[in-house]
Design a binder for this molecule. Structure first.
Ligand SMILES: [Zn+2]
Length: 564
């Protein structure tokens, strides 16, 4: 029997959770044909001795809607073993779009996901109108597999124009019918589902709330009902955690349309130390009652990197807010003024133990890059540490340093997923979905694409919170199943040959650096991985020893109705 590709002598972990075994995986015409001890000839043979051979990982929460148009690999997800990326999340995307809508949709994606407008202006071709047209454009030039969600903000803007960004403005019956029609068309073309949002803090580049967040609740029930009518697809809800905890909106939506909904997010958060445990208990209760409303979670810590030029940490606080949006000169004067500092301290003192702004945990705020020579010893220390060393109040130590360095000091605040025991409970829960890389988003602030290599390196190898087989099951079979991708996520004859070959002893994220490879010479954070030998998409080697091979074997993934 002749194969196209034979991966020999690997430790096969098939994604089901079953124990690893040593053997070969054979591929023909983009599909797995057999596994075990195989002897046929092959056009290409890869020796995987000592390596794990697993299904390609599913990067289930991304914002590559624009990037995919100039970067068909959707880097850097595939550098971490992901062979499938899912985008169109959090209600945001670039289709459907009439010519007059383009600037506005770009402005929503740019601000919420922090992708510079100049990059979008130079990199997005806009040669589509409907969602099926957009799917077709993406499919022409694709390195990884792409699953797409129809974004409610785009659909709402398409149907209502400017009025879609008026808070709580109800759609007319004609507008609602236009939205439902656009969603139906997308599902019939194969979209994996649709995305909505309840995040009230998502605005476009000019400060208007994004259209999906303006929709009244009853509209959400009307638009997600299209999934029930068509009988396929999944839902994703940005900002779902708060509304689920408040009044179970997410699970009510899921129950109403009878489809699975994945929502953002469950984390351990120092700003609300007890919330993760009550949230997890609520999710367990929901799932046990037979409802498919599940939160996404991440193995990553979530970081805010900022200076006193662009600090958003204290936004909304009475005395901080006007300073944060003032000029640099005004900031320098305010932060130096002892009287002003009294008011800033009073704002922080007034924050309760659970609040959405700041945990007051100065031991979680790091000095990443001091600028002056005499401050270099502070690099990597926390504000709490330098305050203790200087015998100062932490707020004074923080502002003194920022003022001395003319606001240029780079700080990193890490308040999310910092208690390992809590994070381990979240990651190992059967009621959460691991992923949430946000790939393609906030490209100059924080990279989350290492969710897979961090799970396998840090959480499995170092912390041993679960077996390697279980971790792989989470980021392959579970994620594929959750998002309705039924021909991937397992190694099994007949399924697509998406594979990753890696060294379980060394797999890990690499140190981040900066690269200028975006349109219009835009820069972004680059995060690569250690220990991944091959990433194989539809039977073709996409990445070899950390380098792209130049092939474009990716496919647009389609929902079950379109596959049948
Ligand atoms: Zn998102």
């Amino acid at each position: 029997m002749a194969y196209d590709l034979l991966v020999k002598n690997g430790r096969i972990i098939d994604g089901s959770g079953m124990p690893a075994f040593v053997g070969d995986v054979a591929v023909r015409n983009g599909k797995i044909v057999e596994m075990g001890k195989l002897s046929g000839s092959a056009t290409r043979t890869i020796d995987a001795t000592g390596m794990v051979v697993a299904p390609g990982f599913i990067d289930n929460h991304c914002h590559y809607d624009a990037q995919v148009l100039w970067d068909p690999l959707c880097s850097f997800s595939c550098y971490h073993g992901s062979t499938t990326v899912i985008f169109g999340n959090c209600s945001l995307g670039l289709a459907p779009a009439k010519p007059a809508d383009r600037e506005r949709l770009a402005g929503m994606l740019s601000y919420v996901e922090a992708i510079p407008m100049e990059v979008l202006a130079a990199g997005v071709s806009w040669n589509w109108t409907t969602f099926p047209d957009y799917m077709h454009v993406v499919e022409q030039h694709l390195g990884v597999n792409a699953g797409m969600l129809i974004p409610h903000s785009a659909v709402r803007y398409y149907a209502m124009g400017e009025a879609s960004q008026e808070d709580q403005r109800a759609a007319t019956s004609a507008q609602l019918a236009a939205m439902q029609q656009a969603i139906r068309e997308g599902l019939e073309a194969g979209a994996l589902g649709m995305s909505i949002t309840r995040n009230r803090n998502h605005f476009d580049i000019e400060g208007r709330r994004i259209s999906g967040a303006c929709a009244p609740e009853d509209e959400l029930f009307a638009v997600v009902d299209v999934l029930r009518q068509v009988g396929t697809g999944v839902l994703q809800c940005g900002g779902g955690g708060a509304v689920e905890i408040k009044d179970r909106l997410v699970s009510r939506l899921s129950a109403a349309c009878g489809r699975r909904i994945m929502y953002n997010t469950i984390t351990q958060n120092a700003r609300a130390p007890e919330e993760w445990a009550t949230h997890l208990a609520l999710v367990e209760e929901t799932c046990k009652a037979g409802n498919q409303a599940m939160p996404l979670c991440t193995p990553n810590q979530i970081k805010q990197r900022f200076s006193l030029h662009n600090c958003q940490t204290f936004r909304g606080l009475e005395h901080w807010h006007p300073i944060l949006i003032s000029t640099d000169d005004a900031k320098m004067r305010a932060y130096s003024d002892p009287q002003v500092r009294k008011t800033l301290r009073a704002d922080l003192d007034a924050l309760g133990g659970t609040n959405p702004v700041f945990s007051k945990r100065w031991d979680l705020m790091y000095i990443e890059a001091p600028t002056l020579p005499q401050h270099q010893a502070m690099r990597g220390k926390t504000v709490a540490q330098i305050a203790a060393e200087q015998g100062k109040d932490p707020l004074d130590a923080f502002l003194d340093l920022g003022v001395a360095e003319h606001l240029d000091t780079v700080f990193v605040l890490t308040e999310i997923n910092v208690e390992p025991e809590a994070v381990a409970k979240i990651l190992t829960s059967p009621y959460t979905i691991v992923g949430l890389s946000d790939g393609g988003a906030h490209v100059q602030f924080d990279s989350g694409v290492a969710f897979s290599t961090r799970l396998l390196g840090y959480w499995v190898r170092e912390q041993q919170i679960m077996s390697l087989e279980e971790a792989i099951r989470q980021i392959t079979f579970v994620s594929a199943s959750a998002f309705g991708i039924y021909d991937r996520g397992l190694l099994r004859p007949g399924l697509a040959a998406d594979l990753v070959v890696f060294d379980a002893d060394t797999i890990a994220p690499s140190q981040e650096d900066i690269v200028h490879d975006f349109p219009n010479n835009g820069w972004r954070i680059r995060e690569r991985a250690e220990g991944i030998a091959y990433t194989i998409v539809n039977g073709t080697v996409l990445m070899e020893q950390g380098q792209p091979t130049g092939t474009l074997p990716g496919q647009v993934l389609r929902n079950a109705l379109c596959m049948a």
